[in-house]
Design a binder for this molecule. Structure first.
Ligand code: ADP
Ligand code: F6P
Length: 731
């Protein structure tokens, strides 16, 4: 058996190439994504698909491919005409600012979008051509949002996971994106989409529901036939490697040299990829404010700010450089002397070992992003100082703030607050030893290896669930279909979830006319039942042919083919109304677009026309309150698709199926059709003794309880029509 290989795709490879006179030169790529994946690769090797960071002419492809292949890297070369659009434009001037909530910096340029699509397509082409059946594919970050769906379009059925390293913005912000649908659809091609924080995962789910009309599910969202798990799995680092680097000669030299140079001074450190999201300007302003308002710290503290140049072809980054240069000049001009500068500004990339030495020398790490998916620097500082403790002043707008409760959290926009926090932490450590130990614990437990293992474990589990061995419903060709064609006493039980009957509160008032016609045709050849949650009156209005059997309100009553209604449970909703009406009315008032419907034996609160985010929260609340209110009463409360339903005890489609199977025990072929939310109990209710003459069918490939699936109502109707034709030919 083949061992599952791991394929990783990220915009950048771990090395970026530059063409020199003497040939191609490779330098390490910069950024949190590459850092973390290199840590993962030390313990879990993988094949890495990515862009080598520059234009490479066709004539050099073969040579560089061979060279990079030796290091497990598969370059995806980008056409010169697409680099600007893909990298500068759509990735870094559209998605990056938008995903960081900076709509005023976001540019919407159609040309960039075309290149972005073309590059995602090139990745899909390269990966689809090389993936083996047992491989797991892990796509990273905002530059490759379309890749999961493009892989699916190429017929890739391997588990595909997506990790977003950036935040995901609030739906109101996200909705500004002209390409908001394809970007979401692209990500939803994955089995698992994960983020650094719950907030981002929740924003993503809400955007999928609002923009695409996807459905919330227990663990994520469902869009069309595809179910995607959405999770928060914060990324980690490799603390052992950092401890090891701390002991290296380079780190020790750095530490010793800083201790000599700044003897007697407090050291504050800032380490950032040079980016406006990192709050470098805000940090410098706060430091200036410290020196201004707390003069006792003048000449007693130094801020060492290391900022590695990044995306310098993008104009926002060029402006930022000018702004930072000016601020540093101003602070040093005002508070420096010929022998001492309070801000040491290093606008360079520095080796990881030297950075570790710097962290070890620093009394305080000052990390002030205005928005950051995670911020690995915060974790690195904690790991580097695991033994000696330290003080971490951290922006509350980072993913790391959710994981490091011992940090002193600040709002980087509040210059006074950050300056005051600095003054306080310079006086005495801002983090107690116990608080620091709790941060060390998080960093040591939530390592990059653990993160990747956890992600891949969840991915395989999710993909396994959705790839359980069910086949597409093909009544003409599957083994049990032969039985259908020959069956003399076929029985069809059709749950209404999959029949797309108009939901309560929906605009369209009647079922698909093709379905109504087809049920009449089916009823000429087979005992046919619609097993529904709707009331008897509604069902009779929709299905006028008396030969179609009906089960109303989850088994409250049955109208057998050609017969009259027979109740199974004697219930009335009047006593229920007394119990719950005030509460339900209150929720209708507080949730515009929702409504209450009383049935013969239950009640339903539905919110199809309400604002989905608010309504889903209200539904959760209502469910809890109803369960509390109906304790000890003969009712059960159920959450459906955009509904909360109260039913008398004992009413369920499962009971309906059990009863009908007893009644039609001599049936020689059975088809049970249901969707996975409201009808699943129907498939579950089929006992083992029926299996050899039963086909169960679900919508989507999600439920292991059904043996077959269809993607849509149209597909189901096509199949049933084929069956009717076969029966017609036979008779
Ligand atoms: P981002 O993902 O936005 O790049 P992170 O803080 O998560 O930000 O990760 C940045 C990574 O880059 C860290 O591993 C950090 O050590 C490294 N880094 C930051 N600044 C520099 C620098 N000046 N030189 C070298 N590496 C740096
Ligand atoms: O998530 C941060 C990130 O965008 C990474 O994807 C990337 O490694 C880094 O920043 C550098 O960005 P760029 O590839 O645009 O130079």
């Amino acid at each position: 058996m083949q061992t599952p290989g791991l394929i990783v795709a990220s915009a950048r490879l771990p090395v970026s190439l530059t063409q020199r006179d003497a040939g191609w030169e490779a330098a390490p790529s910069l950024g949190g994504l590459v850092t973390a994946l290199l840590w993962v690769a030390r313990r879990r090797p993988f094949t890495w698909f990515g862009w080598p960071g520059t234009y490479v002419p066709d004539s050099d492809h073969a040579q560089l491919r061979a060279e990079l292949d030796k290091h497990g890297s598969k370059p995806v070369f980008i056409r010169q005409t697409d680099i600007e659009g893909f990298h500068q434009s759509f990735s870094n001037q559209t998605l990056w600012p938008l995903f960081h909530g900076r709509i005023e910096r976001t540019r919407f340029d159609a040309g960039g979008w075309h290149s972005y699509r073309a590059v995602n397509d090139a990745f899909a082409e390269a990966i689809a051509a090389s993936a083996q059946p047992a491989d797991v594919i892990w796509v990273h970050d905002f530059q490759l949002t379309l890749l999961p769906a493009l892989l699916r379009q190429r017929g890739v059925t391997n588990p595909v996971g997506f990790f977003m390293h950036t935040p995901f913005p609030a739906p109101e912000t996200y909705r500004a994106l002209p390409q908001r649908e394809p970007v979401l659809e692209g990500m939803l091609g994955a089995d698992l989409v994960a983020f650094n924080a719950h907030e981002y995962a929740a924003n993503f789910r809400s955007a999928a529901v609002r923009v695409l009309g996807a459905e919330f599910t227990h663990e994520g969202v469902r869009f069309g036939a595809r179910q995607t798990r959405v999770a928060a799995l914060p990324i980690g680092i490799d603390p052992e490697k950092i401890a090891e680097m701390g002991e290296s000669r380079e780190a020790r030299q750095e530490l010793a040299s800083l201790q000599v140079t700044y003897a007697g001074l407090k050291i504050i450190v800032g380490v950032d990829r040079f980016d406006y999201t990192k709050g470098i300007v805000e940090k410098l302003r706060a430091f200036e404010q410290l020196l201004e308002t707390y003069p006792r710290w003048r000449h007693r503290v130094v801020l060492i700010q290391v900022a590695a140049p990044s995306r310098m072809t993008v104009s926002d980054y060029q402006h930022l450089k000018r702004e930072v240069d000016e601020l540093v000049g101003r602070i040093n001009g005002r508070y420096g002397t010929s022998s001492f500068m309070p801000v040491v500004y290093v606008n360079q990339s520095v080796s990881p070992a030297r950075l570790t030495g710097l962290y070890r020398a620093a009394d305080i790490a000052l990390i002030t992003p205005v928005r950051d998916g995670m911020n690995l620097v915060a974790l690195e500082y904690v790991a580097a100082r695991a033994e000696r403790g330290g003080t971490l002043i951290l922006s509350e707008f980072t993913g790391a703030a959710h994981c490091l409760p011992g940090a002193r959290l600040v709002n980087p926009y509040n210059t006074d607050e950050v300056a005051a926090a600095l003054a306080e932490c310079l006086e005495r450590p801002g983090t107690s030893p116990e608080q620091f130990r709790s941060m060390v614990r998080f960093v040591s437990e939530n390592t990059a290896t653990w993160w990747s293992g956890h992600f891949l474990g969840q991915l395989e589990q999710t993909a396994g669930e959705s790839r359980h061995p069910t086949a597409r419903l093909r009544l003409g060709t599957m083994p049990l279909a032969g039985m259908a064609h020959k069956a003399r006493r076929p029985l069809l039980l059709l749950g209404d979830g999959l029949l797309h009957l108009p939901a309560p509160g929906s605009a369209e008032g009647r079922p698909d006319p093709r379905l109504v016609r087809l049920l009449t045709d089916l009823a000429s050849f087979a005992t046919t039942y619609v097993v529904s949650g709707h009331t008897g009156e509604t069902l009779e209005e929709w299905f006028t042919d008396p030969r179609v059997g009906l089960v109303s309100e989850h088994n409250l009553a049955t109208r057998p083919p050609g017969g009259t209604w027979q109740p199974h449970v004697l219930a009335s909703s009047s006593s229920l109304k007394d119990l719950v009406d005030p509460l339900l009315r209150e929720f209708v008032r507080l949730t515009p677009g929702s409504a209450v419907e009383y049935r013969a034996a239950g009640a339903l609160w539905h919110f199809r026309s309400a604002e989905p985010d608010h309504a889903h929260l209200q539904a959760r609340e209502l469910l809890m309150l109803l369960e509390e209110q109906l304790k000890g009463q003969p009712y059960t409360v159920h959450r459906g698709k955009r509904t909360v339903e109260i039913r008398p005890e004992g009413l369920s489609k499962r009971h309906a199926v059990t009863r009908l199977l007893d009644q039609y025990a001599d049936a020689d072929w059975l088809l049970v059709v249901g969707d996975e939310t409201t009808d699943e109990p129907m498939c579950e209710a089929v006992p083992a003794s029926w299996r050899d003459r039963t086909v169960t069918c679900a919508m989507g490939a999600q439920t292991p309880l059904a043996t077959t699936w269809v993607e849509s109502l149209t597909e189901l109707l096509d199949e049933l029509e084929g069956l009717v034709q076969a029966w017609r030919r036979r008779s």
